[in-house]
Design a protein around this ligand. Sequence first.
Ligand code: ADP
Ligand code: MG
Length: 618
Amino acid sequence: MSRIALLSEEVASQVAAGEVVERPASVVKELVENSIDAGAKRIEVMIRRGGISSIRVVDDGSGMDRDDALLCLERHATSKIRTGHDLAAICTLGFRGEALPSIASVSRFRLATREHTALAGTEVIVNAGKIESVRDGGDAPGTQIEVRSLFYNLPARRKFLRTENTESSHVEHQLHLQAIGHPEIGFVFVKDERVVWQLAPAAHLRERIRDLCGAALAAELLDVPEFATDGISIRGCIGKAGMSRSSRAQQLVFLNGRAVENNTINFALREGYHTALMKGQHPVTFLFIEMDPAEVDVNVHPAKREVRFRNAAWVREAVVEAVRLALESDRASWSRTFRAEATSAISTTDDTLPLIPAGEQVALRKDWSALPLQPVPPRGPDLPTPEIQRPVSRTPAPAAPKSQAPIEPPTSAPAPSRQTSNLNSSHDFKILGVLGKLYVLMENAGGLVLVDQHAAHERILFEEMKRRMEQQGVPGQRLLLPLTLEVSPRDGDWLARNLDVLQRAGIGLEPFGAGTFKIDSLPTFLRATEPTQLLRDIIDDLRETSAQTSKLRLGEDMIAKTVCRHAVKANDYLREPELVRLIQDLLACELPYCCPHGRPTMIQMSYAELEKKFGRKA
Ligand code: ADP
Ligand code: MG
């Protein structure tokens, strides 16, 4: 007796449904994608009880005639591709012809559709995959699909559904993706008869983000400058340096209009942000990548979530570059806001708030001055060298260059209020003092600025070392007695592969017999009491990152790891000229607003915020 039998159409559909329809959110995804493919300008989604009880999607797209309304319920019936050849050039969201029959096989399903020029529409009722009735329908042009009692005929699947709240948040996330991916389409989301959001068609992505995610988030985003290199173009908005999330929920990437999850892109984003992102955190992105569909395989996953690239390195480089450009463009506008102009405006607050408490005149920190820190020259004509007003202090300020306006004598009364403040332009600021031996307080026209002196110094050291490494390599200091380092075979491999990077970073290392390396020089700035232990720590830290990052990044990581140990710490008193220098050097950095570990260096607290806190303004 033969043991193999062809599955009935009904069972085959249920099997297919297992892959495509996992939960209400997957139904919503497939239906909305179909509406988008049908050219809808407005899509309304209604769910009841997390979508478990019912899901309804109404669009004003092309609609279908009666033949198509029946055909679309057959498996492998699609209007989007015809031949295998077409698979290489998919420009629609759907193409597998599986979604509708799968969904209809596991629910009570109703389709009502009408073409715009047709006199009447068609209504089809299907229960658990069986067509119950087909008749004329009088609905508006477009398509309406209603899916009730999901998995009612498959109790085992139904058991896997989570609470209504969980299911409904999955639905909402799915709709967020679709709405961000298609700002030109109007969306309405109704949950348990209540309108959750209603989005008018938007002319720009930013508008859609604002409508959906709020103005506060939108204000924190940078535009990715339109970026195109051979066959790939990237646009969108991404979070500023230092802005991060603990999950990837707001890391949205669209490839040819489709929301995708892809590790190549995830790593590229991380690498693009690099030191502008805290370790273990994820960036906020609304990134749109457009490329030749032949270069990407979307037919990897039944729900089309994952994609595979023919040339991953090419995509990765483009994404890294796009992120880098966006962050860099921010640096220009940032420095415009914070640049201190050499005006005659002078602080008088030093009399009441000394920078250094009397009797605490500590010596200049030797290890800081050991590193000749040169401010980075401005990158373009629109980036003037930042200058800072010198606050009046008890210690005489360094002589001002000739070009600078003379320093006015302090006025007799301190002028703490906004009206009398002499900081007129938003470019000016002055140092007020240091709080808790860590935070430098500054005033600018916008309000209060707080600088974390440790984070700021880390950033300055980091960029200095990085620049040196890129230019000529960090000078190493020869050790009087070379040290030997014994390592495991795995660490040995890693070291051997990365010798050049380590050498550029000032660590003179060479193989010295089996499992042993000889260290004969260390970077000058590294004054470790236990160099071998330190090197071991560095290897441990770096091996993790190196699997995912390029060699240049590896060097940067190493610097980021080591500068932290050497930067000015909290509790280190900086004298006024040192503070001025610190702020100057920070402002000259490429990415001044966050330390090499992605933490902010500087926080602005606006007058508006202060007024709100003090109840001066509603
Ligand atoms: P696919 O989207 O992969 O083609 P589906 O099962 O999702 O497969 O849909 C089958 C076909 O039904 C589509 O190719 C399309 O022609 C038609 N269709 C589905 N939904 C709509 C809709 N909302 N408006 C117009 N046509 C639709
Ligand atoms: Mg589809």
